[in-house]
Every structure is written in C-alpha cells, then in structure tokens.
Design a protein around this ligand. Sequence first.
Ligand SMILES: C[S@@+](CC[C@H](N)C(=O)[O-])C[C@H]1O[C@@H](n2cnc3c(N)ncnc32)[C@H](O)[C@@H]1O
Length: 208
Amino acid sequence: LDSRIEAVLEQLESRSRSEQAQLAALRERGVQAVLAAASKFMLDVGRDTGQLLNTLVRVTGARRVVEIGGSVGYSTIWFAEAVRATGGKVISIEIEPAKQDEQRQNLEKAGLLDQVELVGQNVAEVLPGLQGPLDLVLIDHWKDLYIREFDAVLPKMAPRGLVVADNILVPKTTEKEMKAYVSHVRGIPGIRSFTLNVGSGLELTCRG
Ligand SMILES: C[S@@+](CC[C@H](N)C(=O)[O-])C[C@H]1O[C@@H](n2cnc3c(N)ncnc32)[C@H](O)[C@@H]1O
C-alpha cells in the first residue's frame, strides 16, 4: 500500500479502537441504544476483512463493486485501492450526509476519490435503479435490512458475482437477524453460501 493510503487507514484504525469501549457499553443496553448513537461511530469492518475484500477484488478482477453502508470510508478505501488495479469503480452508498462528507475527505487524503462514486441516499431508493452486472457487493448497514438488500441485488449479480455480508458472528446482539439472513440466502436454489470466520464473520454467497 502506498504511504498516503496506509496513513489514512492507520488514523481510522486508531479512531476505531477508541470507539470499541463506548460501543461495548452501548451494546449492553441493546440494539436500540447502539442505533440511537450510530451516527457517531465508524463501525468499520476492520483490517482483516478490509484486506480480504481488497484481495477478492484483485484476484477476481472485479470492476463493478457496490458497498451498502460506506460510513466514513474504511472499507471503501480497501475496495478503491483494489479497483484502481482492476480498472473498476466502487459505488458506495451511505445515508448519513456527515459520514459521507468525512468519507469523501478520507478518500481524497488517500488519493482514491476518483475510484469511487459516492451515493448519499437511502439504499432502498438506489438499488432499483442500479445497473448490473455487479461483480462484488458488500452488505454492511443495518442488520434487519440485509435480506431485503440481498433480494434486490441478486438479479443484478454477474454470473460469477459475489455477495459478502458482514457481522454474521459479531456482535451477538444482532444474532437473530444474522441467522435469518444466513438461512434465507442458503435456502435459495442455485446459491452457494458459507460463513467465513474473519473479522466479525462474513457470509460469502455466489451462484453455484
Ligand atoms: C456498519 S456501518 C458501515 C461501515 C463501513 N462498511 C466500514 O467498514 O467502514 C453501516 C452504515 O450504514 C449506513 N446505513 C444504515 N442504513 C442505511 C440505508 N438504509 N441506506 C444507506 N446507508 C445506510 C449507516 O449510516 C452506517 O454508516
């Protein structure tokens, strides 16, 4: 990674570490307490998942990458660095304007803004008009919406496209929603899906 990118990633990782204690306290009080304060938190995928997503894009040559839940740009940076190599583009959807402003600044600092189309809207309004075929989609927004978003992107996936969903194993507070998601995707005929124990747990889903 070039030094500008590494510098931004390290700055974001340091911020993420300082958020962990606050987040743990809020999770004790339940999902609603976390959601009420969520605009203040990055809620990033973490380095292992970032690196994995970057590698998946590179080795598959993915060019149309969609991120549902861009936050302040941690996962976006990993994707953008990879699509710069494949000649592709990341479409990053984030509903909170303040987060997206920060995301834009972080991408600019990293020298990766040209690789990203920032969409500041509710994903529900964006997906119907999104043009396929999509090579890789990351689902990483509110956990009760994963099934709806999966069903909306599935018809737009490239034949060898991959859907990655984060937070399958962590936090425990959204275990019920994640179990419902996993059983939903695995129940669709012609779909292959498994959980990878990296970061907060990822469900990797493709046609098989
Ligand atoms: C877990 S965070 C994303 C973290 C990011 N992928 C990263 O690794 O840095 C989830 C984000 O989804 C956004 N979000 C929640 N519901 C949304 C919706 N309906 N449409 C678009 N964004 C949404 C939230 O504002 C939040 O920033």
